[in-house]
Design a protein. Sequence first.
Length: 130
Amino acid sequence: MAECTIFGGCVPNGPAAGCHDGTVSGTAPVELERPDVEDVVLPDTPWITIVWNDPINLMSYVTYVFQTYFNYPRKKAEKLMMDVHKRGKAVVSSGTREEMERDVEAMHSYGLWATLEKSGKGGDGKSGNA
């Protein structure tokens, strides 16, 4: 008598040996659907660099830092500086975590108080929203 396999097929003696219908079955390969490139969600959530108000640095110096490091036009640098001064902070850049770590370190090297955090909004590149 034939023995049935764990896959439901039979050892090759077929139905004459008293096993199912004589077909041999097994596990067939399954084709997995691959997502389109557009459907892939990037794991790196945008991060932001925040510059905080401090009692030490002059407003003109903060403007200078924003113009020098971020290459912002004077008007944008002054607006961000005023946000820091009046609101206590300003978002001066956004991008990958690594980029924002670099920006925070640069702000520290200029003597400014800065931190990074995950952005609540999408987008990338430099931004100046507070």
